[in-house]
Design a protein. Structure first.
Lengths: 494, 475
């Protein structure tokens, strides 16, 4: 077989994603139970989500608002009327024997999102549909040997499913798209973006074809990918598997796959023939979901700023380089911190904005990475950071000294402590860093006292103390005596 | 047997004059239940609770703080959820299940001091026309104990017909109140779809199901309806149409000159017993003599009613009944070695034959490859049947027909002939397809002295009109 590199340029993968995102509404999709993720098992339950005889679902309007935000943010068309459907299958954590979802009439459809590619180009990825559905409970199989446990807290938690067009042609594009979906959800404040806790899950549809072919190859679907790493590893493993099959003269068959992160392999779990017949039909317990034009306008008017809009604003308002703007706004909370720093600046000017941005992108980012914490857990106040940025811009400390100051500020536990550390260390580092200033002071004092210089040069070394005194007086005590000494000796000796 | 008051107003005057107490009343009903045990009416009798409540309500009556329904003793079909009581749906599969909440209608009637005397037998999950499909045994018709009372709310009808309570809450999916009312010689009202909250009514076919009432006279039903009707946030399909003051409306007599009554020729064709046909035509004649305008109308899609009804209700039922899987409550088959086996054994052992037949039929019509030919097509026909009624009600105010093609048949007679059993619904199921209200009123007796009913169908939310028309039908 040819090397994978050669094959990669011969074949083109075609990838589509189905992303399930948990909506962070306070209550479940069809009952009043809390969606709190951290509650003890089987405490957020009621007759409705447990599927007790006679109980009926009632739609949580907040779910409609949430999905409309996503639909509008991704330029989808919104159906004035859509219906729910039942997806029928048996599983112990599915209390009613069916999942309430949307089938033939998803509320949002026909939208897109733009992703940035490596080469700084952008690519439009189509969004086929976004619909509402409910989550199932959680089965726990490894607690007892002879029985399984079920936690129904998650049962009925609202989800939206975002289905993309098969518009991605590399693993990189797929992960960038997923990243963009996550970013958009988090910006809209409808999902916490936490893949580890399962609030964002992804299925990937993959096929490969010879580059230039118009016809799509047979696709497979990898289910339940729950981290970015899993998505990228699983998709590349599956692309490799399909290429190898085709290269060895075999055919790819339509299968549902699972990905095993241990051996980095995808394996078939279900063939098309074994596929479930979900017997979808309109959910008769719920009425049509009606969305008025006024409602759409209303949602539009309360839509938070989206990533692209933020980047644009940072470039135009703060005059940040667009790469810096992208980097800062990648994470909404991080951008929020940046904006708080900006608002604390005494002098609102481009230089201060840019310096603040630089400190955030480098020093703050490094702390977050090293400590594996999020910006919300970062303890330095925006006010202190603004002070630091201004000291750098004004030239009272150097850029390199700013890192030292920053590191010292990190030791401060309270705002007041941090401010004190900042003030003290500014003093300290402005002495050390300002060798130029000290040198000119030294030169000035030597020029003003030519007699004493002559006497020093012929051996009256104790006059050094006289010069130091004069220099310190001139610098109002701020000059670092050690540097003054060094520079004085240097200037007297040559 | 005790003779018990036949109307709520009679009860009220007894309570007011202190010649009657709730305790006395409940005791009389309990004695009647006891003396007619062979009818097999109750799955669960709330003897102690009912008496305890009667004492409390008697106290409130003395204090002048009793609710509107104080003195009203009601039986409830065992497909409606009453908190802390077993809810069986007459099925083995719900063995051991105790309801954890009240249906909305139950909450509302308890709030106004009605007394629930017990849960009545019925066809399993309300599927049937004879009340023979019950895990708790068949119910007998008090008119002739060798005959069925009709179904599925058979025992609810019997409880009213046999003075075991004043009123009964039943449920309908395709005639399950009107048909037993007809067979037992009493009146049953099926409400407009959405008029009463379905929250707590165990679903058979969600887009058809509605709770209904059996009673002895229009004003009793009016009083109860005023209390339990109205929108409910727990049921999205409940209507926000304002609840009428039915009692006040009933005080005014109908002016026959202002009322047009239609009869559909499709409801008087082949298969209708001649005694019933003559009886209904006689009633139409009487109405004409009283000054009502009688007009022939057409419901052209009537011959598709049964097929459409069984396809759609079975489809919904197959999904609605999926929750009975042995995992969380009710019956679970022991000795299964895998999850799938547990499902199969539980559901095979827990459900009766008729329920399984409908689950299979419903699963089939929803299956890939058959959905369009059956389910989707049936939905379209349902629309056409609705249109038939909409058009008819542009011409007339009410439509009169027989309730059933025959009078009560013998126990066991049709058990092995589901198709002929299904034909019992031929005049009633169209009403559920269209979501309109209808009432079955006693209209005569056949050559064997068995009662039959006259059905009046009305415009959506015209329950008041149907109750008023009841007062015009005398035989
Ligand atoms: Zn709940």
């Amino acid at each position: 077989m040819e090397s994978m590199n050669v094959l990669n340029s011969k074949y083109e993968p075609v990838i589509g994603l189905e992303i399930h995102a948990q909506m962070n509404t306070a209550s479940k999709a069809f009952c009043g139970c809390s969606t709190d993720f951290h509650s003890s098992p089987n405490t957020n339950i009621c007759p409705v989500c447990l599927g007790y005889p006679g109980a009926l679902p009632a739609l949580n309007e907040m779910l409609v608002d949430s999905i409309l935000k996503m639909g509008i943010a991704t330029s989808c068309r919104v159906r004035e009327e859509s219906i729910f459907a039942r997806k029928n299958y048996f599983y112990p954590d599915l209390t009613k024997g069916y999942q309430i979802t949307q089938f033939e009439t998803p509320i949002c459809h026909g939208g897109f999102l733009k992703i940035n590619l490596k080469n700084n180009e952008t690519k439009k990825i189509g969004i086929t549909r976004i619909h509402m559905e409910e989550d199932a409970g959680k089965s726990i199989h490894d607690f007892h040997d002879d029985s399984s446990l079920i936690d129904f807290n998650r049962c009925g938690v609202p989800l939206i499913e975002i289905v993309s067009e098969p518009d991605m042609n590399s693993v990189d594009e797929a992960t960038r798209f997923l990243q963009k979906i996550k970013q958009t959800l988090v910006y809209l404040e409808i999902n916490d973006g936490n893949m580890e806790e399962g609030s964002l899950r992804c299925d990937a549809n993959i096929s490969v074809r010879i580059k230039g072919d118009k016809k799509l190859g047979t696709r497979t679907e990898i289910k339940n990918l729950n981290s970015f790493k899993n998505v990228s590893d699983a998709v590349s493993a599956e692309i490799k598997r399909q290429i190898s099959l085709i290269e060895s003269g075999e055919k790819v068959s339509y299968n549902t796959m699972t990905y095993n992160a241990k051996d980095k392999k995808t394996t078939a779990t279900r063939s098309k023939e074994e596929a479930h017949d979900y017997r979808y039909f309109p959910e008769p317990d719920l009425v049509k979901v009606k969305v008025t034009k006024e409602k759409i306008e209303n949602i539009k008017s309360i839509l938070p700023e989206l990533p692209e809009q933020k980047v644009m604003r940072y470039v135009t308002e703060f005059k940040l380089p667009s790469a810096d703007a992208e980097e800062i706004s990648h994470d909404k909370d991080f951008a929020g911190y940046f904006e708080r720093v900006v608002s604390e600046l005494k002098l609102k000017n481009e230089n201060n904005y840019r310096t603040a941005g630089n400190i955030l992108r480098t020093d703050v980012r490094k702390v977050l990475n090293d400590r594996k914490i999020s910006i919300s857990e970062f303890t330095v106040s925006a006010k202190v950071l603004a002070g630091l940025a201004e000291s750098v811009t004004s030239g009272s400390i150097s850029a390199s000294a700013s890192r030292e100051v920053f590191n010292e500020i990190l030791f401060g536990n309270t705002d007041d402590e941090q401010i004190k550390i900042l003030e003290n260390s500014l003093k300290k580092y402005s002495q050390v860093s300002d060798t130029g200033k000290i040198e000119s002071l030294v030169k000035k004092i030597l020029e003003e006292n030519p007699e004493e210089v002559k006497r020093y040069k012929i051996g009256e070394k104790k006059l050094a103390g006289f010069f130091v005194g004069k220099i310190m007086q001139e610098s109002k005590g701020k000059a670092n005596p050690k540097i003054v000494n060094e520079l004085l000796i240097k200037n007297l000796e040559d | 047997m005790n003779s018990t008051p036949k109307s709520f107003s009679e009860i009220n005057s007894g309570l007011n004059s202190r010649s009657l107490t709730c305790v006395k009343l409940v005791n009389s009903y309990l004695e009647n239940i006891q003396s007619q045990k062979d009818l097999n009416v109750f799955i669960n009798l709330f003897e102690e609770d009912a008496l305890k409540r009667a004492v409390e309500i008697d106290g409130r009556l003395k204090a002048g703080t009793a609710g509107k329904l104080a003195g009203m003793v009601i039986s409830v079909k065992d497909v409606i959820s009453v908190k802390d009581k077993p809810l069986t749906c007459a099925s083995k599969i719900l063995s051991g299940y105790n309801a954890s909440y009240n249906a909305t209608v139950i909450d509302r009637l308890l709030e106004e001091d009605a007394i629930i005397i017990g849960k009545t037998n019925c066809d399993e999950f309300a599927m049937g026309s004879s009340n023979e499909n019950s895990f708790y045994g068949p119910v007998k018709n008090p008119v002739d104990k060798t005959r069925v009372p009709g179904g599925s709310s058979g025992a609810s009808a019997v409880s009213v017909a046999s003075d075991m309570c004043l009123l009964s809450l039943g449920s309908e999916t395709g005639g399950s109140i009107r048909q037993p009312a007809s067979y037992c010689g009493i009146t049953g009202l099926k409400m407009t779809y959405g008029r009463l909250s379905r929250y707590g009514l165990v679903a058979f076919a969600s887009s058809f199901d509605s709770i209904g009432i059996f009673g002895n006279n229009s004003s009793d039903i009016a009083v109860l309806l005023e209390v339990i009707a109205g929108i409910d946030k727990m049921d999205s399909t409940s209507s926000n149409e304002p609840v009428k003051n039915y009692s006040a409306i009933l005080k005014n007599n109908i002016d026959p000159a202002k009322v047009k009554i239609g009869y559909a020729k499709e409801y008087f064709e082949e298969g209708l017993d001649s005694d019933i046909k003559n009886g209904i035509l006689l009633q139409l004649d009487k109405l004409k003599k009283e000054g009502f305008e009688i007009r022939e109308i057409s419901l052209p899609h009537s011959r598709y009613v049964i097929q459409t009804y069984y396809i759609l209700t079975s489809a919904e039922a197959s999904s609605n009944l999926s929750r009975y899987d042995g995992v969380r409550y009710g019956y679970r088959s022991q000795n299964s070695s895998s999850l799938e086996e547990m499902y199969i054994n539980t559901r095979s052992e827990g459900f009766g034959e008729e329920v399984k037949r409908r689950i299979m039929l419903g699963t089939y019509v929803l299956s890939a490859g058959y959905y369009d030919a059956y389910y989707r097509k049936a939905q379209k026909v349902r629309r056409l049947i609705m249109n038939d009624f909409e058009n008819a009600f542009k011409e007339v105010d009410f439509i009169v027909s027989p309730t059933t093609p025959t009078t009560a048949f013998k126990l066991g007679e049709k058990v092995d002939d589901p198709l002929s059993m299904y034909l019992n619904d031929i005049y009633t199921a169209s009403v559920n397809l269209a979501g309109i209200p209808a009432i079955s009123i006693p209209a005569g007796k056949d050559r064997n002295n068995l009662p039959f009913g006259l059905q009046i169908m009305g415009k959506k939310f015209d329950e008041a009109g149907l109750l008023a028309m009841w007062n015009e039908i005398k035989y």
